[in-house]
Design a protein around this ligand. Structure first.
Ligand code: ATP
Length: 377
């Protein structure tokens, strides 16, 4: 299925790409278009084919079928050395016996540049990645985060048209990872280089990508901007993989309604057939907490959709720093509990505590309905 590409100059076009390892199909008919200057993340669970797709783009592992066009040129069967990309791997892959300067200069040495030109470029790159004084050191003398910045400098040294990043942050500890992801994103914007990054970390993808390609079992489940993917997941797999999602058994009602545990709730967008079994889904941060008088007109936090508001019992509360994660029960949820994230402010204002009942509302435009997983359909 060809996905919609945002306006812009097409740079990378993958058409009907298949990859087989023996009888195992790692990629099944992948088609994807990426514009010049875009930052695209391949995101999905382990083994879904992200790295295989990246390696096919680089020519490191040729596809079994299909084409890869880069900047209008068919590169499908070219070896990596004849393609125009820089790559950064999870493991830094710096040469341990070469200084940082020599590591960065590595790709430049066969580019016809003079020694002094190379020295200028290396110096420029060291500044660009924020390590101007580290050129004489060896990789082992740098931290993991610093080594990865050097790997990045090496990858962009020849000003490639395409930057490929294969889980570049996974080996780093959490704080460095968050810091470096901002730096990489900033650098990518500054250089305007078309970038494809493989990650299994949804937060990383949401924070860095212009568009996310969600993959599963060798196919693309959805392509979209971080907000599209988060707000309008195409199916239960995407909804569940990106962010937290409550899932409750329900039946589709008339258009724009769902029946949940015997009550009819408004659900602004669903196209399921009336009576069909579905999964009702709502994100924990979309559950609205209400005070006691919320049903009366004119109350400060009046309920918008009365059908979607009901009382719940708070069975558990967990303080997570910037918000509270609450477990809520109600007969509508059957044996499941609804997870809701409430701000510290709301918890204080409404005096919420474990064992209390409270009023919640599931906003009709945030309540979703999905087909049952195939195993249960
Ligand atoms: P991870 O996040 O774990 O790296 P991934 O999404 O990048 O996962 P791939 O490395 O692309 O996954 O692998 C996709 C599938 O292809 C996996 O089931 C993997 O076992 C299989 N595979 C990858 N390379 C080979 C190979 N050289 N020979 C056989 N099978 C392979």
């Amino acid at each position: 299925m060809l996905q919609k590409t945002p306006p812009g100059e097409l740079y990378l076009s993958i058409q009907n790409l298949w990859k087989a390892f023996g009888s195992f199909l790692a990629l099944k008919d992948i088609s994807l278009e990426i514009n010049e200057g875009e930052f695209v993340c391949f995101l999905g669970p382990s083994g879904c084919g992200k790295t295989t797709l990246l390696r096919a783009i680089a020519g490191l592992d040729l596809q079994t079928k299909g084409t890869v066009m880069q900047d209008g040129k068919d590169v499908s069967n070219l070896p990596p050395s004849e393609r125009d990309f820089g790559i950064v791997f999870q493991s830094y892959a710096l040469f341990p016996n070469l200084t940082i300067e020599k590591n960065i200069a590595f790709g430049l040495e066969n580019s016809g540049r003079s020694k002094s030109e190379i020295a200028v470029r290396v110096n420029e790159l060291l500044h660009l990645v924020g390590l101007p004084d580290q050129g004489k050191k060896y990789p082992a003398q740098l931290s993991g985060g610093q080594q990865q910045r050097i790997a990045l400098a090496r990858a962009i040294a020849t000003k490639p048209g395409l930057l490929l990043l294969d889980e570049p942050l996974s080996a780093l500890d959490a704080k460095v990872r968050v810091h470096l992801r901002h730096e990489i994103k900033e650098l990518q914007r500054k250089l305007g280089v078309t970038t494809v990054m493989v990650t299994h970390d949804q937060e990383e993808a949401l924070a860095m990508a212009d568009r996310i390609v969600v993959m599963n079992h060798g196919v693309i489940e959805q392509v979209g901007s971080p907000t599209e993917i988060y707000r309008h997941p195409r199916n239960l797999f995407v909804a569940d993989f990106i962010g937290e999602m409550n899932q409750l058994p329900a039946n589709a009602g008339n258009p724009q309604t769902l029946e949940l545990g015997g009550s009819v709730l408004k659900c602004a967008r669903h196209s399921h057939q009336k009576g069909s079994r579905v999964v009702a889904a709502v994100r924990p941060d979309d559950v609205i907490p209400h005070g006691e008088g919320a049903r009366s007109p004119g109350a400060p936090d009046t309920i918008t959709t009365p059908e979607n508001a009901f009382e719940v019992l708070i069975t558990e509360m967990e303080f997570l720093g910037s918000f509270w994660r609450c477990r809520l029960s109600n007969k509508r949820f059957g044996s499941s509990e609804l997870i809701a994230d409430f701000s510290v402010n709301a918890v204080r204002r409404l005096e919420l505590e474990e064992g209390r009942t409270m009023m919640i509302e599931l906003p009709e435009d945030r309540l979703m309905a999905f087909d049952l997983p195939e195993t249960e359909a």
